[in-house]
Design a protein around this ligand. Structure first.
Ligand code: ICS
Length: 542
């Protein structure tokens, strides 16, 4: 980055902060940082958005029901609340699924809600919820039902957990029914919803079934991959080629039994650390399954991740197979990259997405010669920005990794292997810590680049006005505003109508889509009516 640009980027914070009321400005200043990868700066993250500011964020219900449980095809997810929450979270994330047989249950295309009315708010909605569960069982006879609380349910105090228990008894415990206290207001963002979802997965599903499927030598879980636009399909194919058995993906293209058998794996790979690190930790603490951080967004990143897995197992045969797969896939990747580079090289991007894509997608952009000059998360925590050396199990955060706490919340009978503190320590020594070296966003961005947490709409307008990136990445709430400002916007939540973008084949799709977007000038031609016509200003008549 040239010095002029750098100086410019440093000016951004002052210019923006000045426009806010003093107290608001002081708070926002802590979330707008000029990066320094050598001495990682501190950033303010995971705090409540100041009321009045237009944020990109979503709610706790979205993080729990939409993100973590949404992609599992054979659980019926009932939204307990007024119809809006269920309706607006219906299929918009584009998480895909592929049942293995025609007879297999797939509820992804349905939207289940109790559709609470005013009278339910006044007199309580528990009876209506029971009725909805009975109806769902009668019509679909599912293996499991999840009940998700929305804001009004929390406010009036319906006890979804108790209803779930009663309904399980009504069906002689043959259907696994459990609730989530994931009212939208509960946390400061989606992030709280991830944690709530992870805890319930662990409590009600993980470890329920000891069946060991497949004869592969190595069995792994893939955590934090949600099959947006078919990403999981691409990755499943790669693992198959490498001869690695994928036991469970949390939760792209997943089923209830995948979760129930996840504890039979040898290793967990964690892709979106933000949304699922809790499950990775619990699998390790309870069942002794270590985890490593990987990224399958970007062709080079995918090769690196596969090599990391092979190195972990220390198996020459696997290492050779992985190299063979990489060489085979890379031929097409290199060709595609060469073809688009003249269109993309030297351009600039800005990425503002949830909790890990604003980081992971920088890999794909740099493969295209596109530099990310500003980025940030909606709801990342400080470790997602600043990075940390992730040690396995209890050492990172004493609060959430307390072994005693986990063992008492887990049903004793289902607890297969009680792991002692000594055993964990032994395990930690056995794993070379370098496998879990986990850099955050800041370590991978250039010195001086802008890093902004919980970007506001006003700040986004300012970024575009001042720096004119060639492409902006965010979501549907931002898309049309940005395009009206003359800049193409790629949705990195649901990929617009594109994807898959993960793995080698996904990288090729991404190269082509982005090359097309950055080489069109159509958005610059757009003018709002008041920009192309003379406007007569209205005036008051006194
Ligand atoms: Fe993780 Mo949108 Fe993921 Fe990330 Fe998460 Fe969300 Fe999506 Fe975004 C998500 S789980 S839904 S990678 S698939 S909540 S795109 S943090 S905001 S960047």
């Amino acid at each position: 980055m040239g010095t002029k640009k750098k100086a410019d980027l440093e000016k951004f914070r002052d210019e923006v902060v000045e426009k806010y009321p003093k107290k608001v400005g002081r708070k926002r200043a802590k979330a707008i940082i000029n990066n320094d990868p050598d001495t990682i700066p501190q950033i303010q993250a995971n705090i409540r958005t100041i009321p009045g500011i237009i944020t990109q964020r979503g709610c706790t219900y979205a993080g729990c029901k939409g993100v973590v449980l949404g992609p599992t095809r054979d659980i019926i997810n009932i939204t307990h609340g007024p119809i809006g929450c269920g309706y607006y979270s219906w299929l918009t994330r584009r998480n895909q699924t592929k049942p293995e047989t025609e007879a297999e249950a797939n509820f992804i295309s349905y939207c289940f809600s109790t559709d609470m009315q005013d009278s339910n708010i006044v007199f309580g909605g528990e009876d209506k919820l029971k009725q909805a569960i009975r109806e769902a069982v009668e019509l679909f006879n599912p293996k499991a039902i999840g009940v998700f609380s929305t804001c009004p349910v929390g406010l009036i105090g319906d006890d979804v957990h108790n209803v779930a228990k009663q309904m399980m008894a009504e069906y002689d415990n043959k259907i696994n029914i459990f609730g989530f206290s994931c009212e939208g207001y509960r946390g400061v963002s989606q992030s709280a919803g991830h944690h709530i979802a992870n805890n319930q997965l662990y409590k009600h599903l993980i470890g329920n079934d000891d069946t060991v499927n497949g004869a592969a030598k190595y069995r792994i879980n893939l955590l934090g991959e949600y099959n947006i636009g078919g990403d999981s399909f691409v990755l499943e194919e790669i693992f198959k080629k490498c001869g690695i058995e994928l036991v469970a993906t949390f939760s792209g293209n997943s089923t209830i039994s995948h979760f129930e058998q996840a504890h039979t794996a040898d290793l967990s790979m964690v892709m979106c650390h933000r949304s699922i690190n809790y499950v990775a930790e619990m699998l390790e603490t309870s069942f002794g399954i270590p985890w490593i951080k990987v990224n399958f967004i970007g062709a080079d990143a995918t090769a690196k991740a596969l090599r990391k897995v092979a190195a972990y197992f220390e198996d020459e045969e696997l290492k050779a197979k992985v190299e063979e797969v990489i060489a085979e896939e890379m031929a097409a990747v290199d060709m595609a990259r060469e073809a688009v580079l003249p269109k993309t090289n030297g351009k600039t991007s800005m990425l503002f997405v949830g909790g890990s894509r604003a980081h992971h997608y920088q890999e794909l952009f740099s493969e295209l010669g596109i530099k990310t000059i500003a980025a940030g998360y909606e709801f990342g925590h400080r470790d997602d920005y600043e990075g940390r050396r992730v040690l396995p199990s209890i050492q990172v955060d004493a609060d959430t990794r307390n072994i005693e706490e986990i063992t008492v919340t887990k049903d004793e009978k289902r607890f297969k292997e009680r792991i002692t503190k000594e055993k964990i320590e032994e395990l930690e020594k056995a794993i070379d810590l370098e496998y879990n070296e986990y850099g955050g966003l800041m370590a991978d961005m250039e010195k001086g680049a802008l890093i902004i947490d919980d970007l506001s709409h006003y700040e986004m307008d300012k970024l575009i006005e001042l720096y004119h990136p060639d492409i902006f990445c965010a979501g549907i709430k931002e898309k049309y505003v940005v395009q009206k400002m003359g800049v193409p916007l790629k949705q990195l939540h649901n990929y617009d109508s594109g994807g898959p973008y993960a793995g080698f084949k996904g990288a090729i799709n991404f190269y082509n889509d982005i090359a097309m977007m950055v080489s069109t000038s159509i958005w610059k031609e757009l003018k709002a009516p008041w920009e192309r016509e003379e406007v007569i200003e209205a005036a008051y008549v006194y």
